[in-house]
Design a protein around this ligand. Sequence first.
Ligand code: SAM
Length: 279
Amino acid sequence: THFGYETVAESLKASKVATVFSSVASSYDTMNDLMSLGIHRLWKDHFVRGLNPGIRPSPSSSSTTPREPQRILDIAGGTGDIALRMLDHATTLNRDTTAHVTVSDINPEMLAEGRKRLSSTPYAAANRISFLEANAENLHTVPDASIDLYTVAFGIRNFTHKDAALREAFRVLKPGGVFACLEFAPNLSNPLFNAVYKRWSFSAIPLIGQVVAADRDSYQYLVESIERFPKQEDWAGMIREAGFVVPGQGREGAGQGIGSEGWEDLSFGIAAIHKGVKP
Ligand code: SAM
């Protein structure tokens, strides 16, 4: 237990985790804004900017040479937040109108929210977006070495077998492909901030969930799942064990904002970005 609360996460069977998201699907975006005071939008913008999706036309390349469209797989893509940012970035900043995003989620209700949001965009009309209902731990419909960029934002802490999800990420990525994860972290770097933040999250978030979405348990589960997620260094180690090269690790300054430890802390370590490159 934490601060006297019963641990809902422990009482929920792994098979029930996906159903939590059925109850939160329609209120998910509003709740995200309330719980993070809108900061999740800045983190997502930063995450996407660092990945720089889309292929810039090379000045030396002949305009008649067709380029393979960049294939992006957004796992646990839920309401399409990351996918939309990816396509906006590729199109407006890199002038790449071919990059394609597959939004994948285990939960049909979350996927339906994404479909609703993305179907009215020009990307849907241009067939640059598709949807896949799948468990990230078993992506058997996605061929080996077919993906350039695998993203997962605020999803992987909910997976029962994170190592299986990492193995699948490694399998579906092309050599040189990038695994990128944006996730809440269990401990802030400053112990004082950490104590204040924990007290706030364990009391305010379930309460906001109760008042706004009439669903205290689902939001208490979401808070507890952050506590159970591996610390930044352990998570970087798991990514490396899955076969990825972790940028920055042991190489000061390498890897697009990733620190020498192998990850990038956001907002004092409330969230973190981890990346891995398939050799
Ligand atoms: N990526 C979105 C975002 O950043 O707003 C949604 C994140 S939401 C907190 C977590 C998502 O993970 C939910 O849509 C849930 O259905 C999905 N999820 C949970 N377990 C999963 C699994 N094993 N495989 C794929 N998706 C899963």
